[in-house]
Design a protein around this ligand. Structure first.
Ligand code: AMP
Length: 397
């Protein structure tokens, strides 16, 4: 369990509460195309309103690189939050984020009011955890709440710096839920515990593989990273994704798994293609049978069955990374099979954000999972066993 103070441990009546949320939502022509992150933030906001706080929300959105970019304004988020909450969320338009307009908006607040500040990354200091902007943010509030799991693996002004200049810094319900689910799954799992890793590169998930090998009963490796394992075993991988420098590492992981009695599964067949295109010519080949000049873009049907069988027997499953180039429907079958196998079992099923979360939601399996993390990078760092700076900065219980 998370040993940090939360919104349940404080009294915010009449106080100005700055809440760092993760409103980094996808926008198309000013419209929010996926509002999961807004919905996930509501429980904390509602609690603070009910307790009589003056609720000042802040977040980053995209990468404006330290200057105002109208297309990355949080104004559309304020409008949608107003609808979701059923009460006005006033937008404090301000190119400086904490400028005269924002200060005036805060000064005019009554208990239970909600305002949203402008995109924190309009300020260049934000991502550098600079002192000045941290102090400015702190000057707006009496209490700070961090509910932005998606940025918890970064030390920025609005989630870490600000905590140095406020007396009370606690976590919100979403942060607490994320850490509890991921933490329990990894550190106190009901067994058998199966982890599935996919995605493009071994190099980006080295520490995750190492940490999970200490914890799981079965580790499944699919996606582009599997070819580095195959190449390490001396097999032909054609022009599949390959990280030459990590072949030896991959073989060492296979050995380590064997020593530890962890089952490490890699694909036994592969869907190969003659080009990186949804309309490419494709073939299914057995392990070792990838043709020169062809590339593996998905796990094959026998592998889908092998992986689904391993998932079937599990009591805890954690998944991060697609099994193939799933954005192209021709190569989405492996990723669909994993989502479906997880949806079908009676177990704790957790998706660690990013592409696999998007895939599960798009495929309609989202509500069948125990927990889908709102943070891709943050959940990966958590699975690496690292302490997240955004969480560490909150007051201990
Ligand atoms: P990551 O960000 O490392 O989780 O990688 C996700 C990306 O890996 C997705 O865009 C997938 O299309 C891509 N990917 C997964 N498997 C393959 C593969 N076999 N070949 C090429 N790209 C892949």
């Amino acid at each position: 369990m998370l040993n940090k103070k939360s919104v349940d441990d404080i009294n915010v009546n009449g106080k100005r509460v700055l809440v760092r949320c993760d409103f980094n939502v996808p926008l198309q022509d000013g419209k929010i195309t996926d509002e999961n992150r807004l919905v996930a933030a509501l429980p904390t906001i509602k609690k603070l309103i009910a307790d009589g706080g003056k609720v000042i929300l802040c977040s980053h959105l995209g990468k404006p690189k330290g200057e105002p970019k109208p297309e990355l304004s949080l104004a559309p988020v304020a409008a949608r939050l107003t609808e979701l909450l059923g009460q006005e969320v006033k937008f404090a338009a301000d190119a400086n984020v904490v400028g005269e307009n924002a200060k005036a908006a805060v000064a005019a607040m009554n208990n239970g009011d909600v305002i949203l500040l402008e995109n924190t990354r309009y300020r260049a200091e934000e991502t550098k955890n600079g002192e000045e902007f941290s102090k400015e943010l702190a000057s707006l509030c009496d209490v700070f709440v961090n509910d932005a799991f998606g940025t918890a693996h970064r030390a920025h002004c609005s989630n870490v710096g600000v905590t140095q200049y406020v007396d009370t810094a606690v976590v919100g319900y979403l942060m607490q839920k994320e850490i509890d689910f991921l933490g329990n799954a990894v550190n106190n799992p009901e067994r058998p515990f199966v982890a599935i890793l996919g995605g493009a590169k071994v190099s980006s998930k080295i520490s995750v593989i190492e940490n999970l090998l200490e914890k799981v009963d079965t580790l499944i490796i699919g996606g582009g990273m599997a070819y580095t394992f195959m190449a390490g075993l001396g097999e032909e991988v054609g022009v599949s994704l390959l990280e030459e420098d990590y072949k030896e590492y991959a073989v060492n992981m296979l050995k380590k798994a064997e020593e530890k009695g962890v089952k490490l599964l890699i694909p036994i067949d592969t869907v190969i293609a003659d080009s990186f295109s949804n309309d490419a010519n494709t073939k299914v080949v057995e392990r070792g049978g990838i043709l020169p000049g062809w590339e593996g873009l998905d796990i094959g049907p026998k592998t889908r069955e092998l992986f689904a069988d391993a998932i079937k027997g599990a009591k805890t499953v954690v998944w991060n990374g697609p099994m193939g180039a799933f954005e192209m429907p021709t190569f989405a079958e492996g990723t669909i099979a994993i989502a479906k196998a997880m949806a079908d079992i009676d177990a704790t099923t957790i998706i660690g954000g990013g592409d696999s979360a998007a895939a599960a939601n798009q495929l309609g399996f989202g509500d069948k999972m125990t927990h889908i993390s709102t943070g891709g990078g943050a959940s990966l760092e958590f699975l690496e066993g690292k302490e997240l700076p955004g969480v560490a900065a909150a007051n201990d219980k």
